[in-house]
Design a protein around this ligand. Structure first.
Ligand SMILES: Nc1ncnc2c1ncn2[C@@H]1O[C@H](COP(=O)(O)OP(=O)(O)OP(=O)(O)O)[C@@H](O)[C@H]1O
Length: 265
């Protein structure tokens, strides 16, 4: 469990209302949350509860309507964040090494250094030898590996991941989770990871936030007191894992049921 001494992000009473064609959708309401340096925070919640909206606000891609979002920078020269999405977000016209080193190019790094760093992360994620390939030549799992390598290569202060493995088959998902945890363990990047899977949240996270149904708020925060490195073959039979799974599911289930009984717009 990382120290909770260094707060890197603080959300105070954050709200977000979308307005279009006289329709107002309150996506987030009164979100209060502290995120600490080096932690792996997972967010679960019913579909449509505002998880992506929250991540987009943290990424600076969306304005919040209420409250305060405070992000403390440690190293001003570093990019503040990198995002990994569920879908294919690689540039189709660039080969793999160019894709992975894109952020480094934006930082003004020379080709030799960019390629050295990109190679390092491609090796870590099991894609050495694919530098010259193009995205269309890779499977879905390989493309997500490249996205993860790209996110780490640009060395941001915060990693924002929006269901990055949601579209993958079970085997690829497990492999990518393991690879992600390995790289995360080496870098200890502050990571905020959205998932629909309680299993995934507990395997990866230091803490799991359960959000309410829309408008999304933080319902409960669960500390995942499972030792690292985590043994994927045994973790699901660990009694702490089972207890945590049950308590997260209890909270989540209530919210999912609410979305089923809520009225349409
Ligand atoms: N650009 C937008 N304009 C209008 N409404 C939006 C916009 N983006 C999101 N919303 C609404 O805000 C709410 C939260 O959406 P969001 O995508 O953040 O939820 P989510 O929890 O990530 O959903 P899912 O788990 O299904 O991906 C939803 O009701 C959605 O319809």
């Amino acid at each position: 469990m990382p120290g909770r001494d260094k707060e890197i992000i603080r959300l105070e009473k954050v709200g977000k209302t979308f307005a279009a064609n006289s329709i107002y959708i309150k996506a987030l309401e009164n979100v209060n949350l502290s995120i600490y340096q080096g932690e792996f925070l997972c967010i679960v919640g019913p579909s449509g509860c505002g998880k992506t909206t929250l991540l987009r606000i943290l990424a600076g891609l969306e304005e919040h309507s209420e409250g305060k979002v405070i992000i403390k920078r440690n190293v001003p020269e570093k990019p503040l964040n990198s995002m990994v999405f569920q879908g294919d977000s690689l540039f189709p016209w660039m080969n793999i090494i160019e894709n992975v080193s894109y952020g480094l190019r934006m930082q003004g790094k020379g080709k030799k250094e960019r390629y050295r760093i990109a190679e390092k992360y491609l090796t870590k994620i099991g894609l050495k030898g694919y530098e010259k390939a193009y995205p269309y030549q890779l499977s879905g799992g390989m493309k997500q590996r490249v996205s993860v390598a790209r996110a780490f290569a640009s060395d941001p202060e915060i990693l924002l991941m929006d269901e990055p493995f949601g579209a993958l088959d079970e085997q690829n998902k497990i492999l990518l989770q393991q690879e992600l945890l390995k790289i995360w363990g080496e870098t200890r990047k502050t990571t905020i990871f959205i998932t629909h899977s309680i299993d995934e949240a507990l395997i990866l996270g230091d803490r799991v936030i359960v959000m309410t149904s829309v408008p999304g708020r933080v319902k409960v925060t669960v500390d995942v007191r499972l030792p690292r490195p985590r043994d994927f073959s045994e973790i699901r039979s660990n009694s702490t894992f089972i207890r945590l799974y049950q308590s997260v599911w209890k909270e989540l289930r209530e919210e999912v049921l609410k979305t089923r009984t809520s009225k349409p717009l």
